[in-house]
Design a protein around this ligand. Structure first.
Ligand code: DAH
Length: 338
């Protein structure tokens, strides 16, 4: 009888399963009413008295072992339920984190510098009317200056168009704000141009406007000098060249000393030592009057710059199309600039 019990003990040790039905069958086989344990207990009655303590102990061992085995198997089925087998040796997925787009980075920098000088941020609509994009900015009807900006028209007569510059936003600000006005308007603009390394039909500008009593060209120069040094470094120098815009008089274009060679002359600045970055000037009195501002009391300056151009100089981007192509190899390079 001892041998039989030992065999059962051994079988219990060797039994393995994670199938609930098999485990239940195992329980019935050993512990059920007609199970092996009860068979053994029946036989136990006939065991001679002197052997009873030793065999009784063995039977107890059998009972506990069977019970424990059933419990252990059941709980391991429960805890692995719903879990997929995982390969813990598999390397984890590399976690890629994104980056801000270079245009966003440059825009943030520009906004940050001008807000430090007390400029507010204002925005106008991308779909504009002729008045805000042209007429109020002193572009006479049928004037060739309108052709300089290849306009996308949405509707003719009355004209509805995609704004060709963010100068339209300055008109909207002047219409509803009493001077003093100090504001910049970043935004997207549209021109019907063939896409190349140097031109795109969608790009970004930041317009600046400062109107108060006694604002002079000296204020314009000092403001833009501060901007240039903050944006491109303390050693940056600026220079103004006379230019023409219908909405400013006098008008100028501003250059900064070459961000690559520092003014020595190189391929980037075409050996001139300078790079053009923006247009500016004193707001034409006609523009002030069109928007309801008294030009005998107030003067002001305005400027407009392309964000792509600023980002190009800051990050050495040599092809405008890169900004729009969503090529990861390009975008990835701006991760550290967050
Ligand atoms: N709107 C001009 C452009 O798109 C840029 C500009 C020039 C804006 C002179 C100004 C300015 O405010 O004063 O080319």
């Amino acid at each position: 009888m001892i041998d039989k019990i030992n065999k059962y003990l051994n079988d219990i040790d060797n039994f393995q399963s994670n199938d609930p039905e098999e485990i239940e069958a195992f329980r019935i086989k050993y512990l059920g009413k007609k199970g092996l344990l009860n068979d053994i207990l029946r036989e136990f009655k006939n065991v001679p008295n002197e052997e009873k303590p030793q065999i009784g102990k063995k039977i107890n061992e059998l009972k506990t072992k069977a019970q424990e085995k059933v419990n252990a198997l059941k709980s391991s089925v429960k805890s692995s339920a719903g879990k997929k087998i995982q390969d813990v040796t598999r390397p984890s997925y590399p976690l890629e984190h994104g980056s801000l787009h270079p245009i966003t980075l440059a825009r943030k920098d520009i906004i940050e510098i001008f807000t430090r000088l007390g400029f507010t941020i204002s925005e106008g609509p991308e779909i504009e009317d002729d008045w805000h994009n042209f007429s109020a900015l002193n572009f006479p009807d049928e004037h060739p200056a309108r052709d300089m900006q290849d306009t996308f028209f949405i509707q003719r007569d009355p004209d509805v168009l995609l704004r060709t510059h963010t100068s339209s936003a300055q008109v909207r600000v002047m219409e509803k704000t009493e001077p003093p006005i100090r504001t910049i308007s970043p935004g997207r603009v549209f021109r019907n141009e063939a896409i190349s390394a140097r031109a795109h039909c969608i790009f970004h500008q930041v317009e600046g406007l400062y109107i108060d009593e006694n604002v002079s060209f000296a204020d314009l120069k000092q403001t833009l000098l501060y901007f240039a040094k903050e944006m491109f470094g303390k050693k940056t120098e600026i220079r103004f060249r006379p230019s023409f815009f219908p909405f400013t008089e006098p008008s100028a274009e501003m250059d900064v000393s070459c961000t690559l060679c520092g003014g020595e002359g190189c391929k980037i600045c075409k050996y001139t030592g300078f790079l053009e970055i923006l247009g500016c000037g004193m707001v034409d009195p006609n523009v002030l009057e069109s928007s309801g501002i008294d030009s005998t009391k107030y003067t002001g300056f305005a400027f407009g710059m392309g964000i792509e151009r600023i980002a190009q100089l800051k990050f050495n981007v040599n092809d405008l199309r890169l900004y729009f192509e969503n090529d990861m190899r390009f975008l990835e390079q701006f991760k550290s600039k967050l």
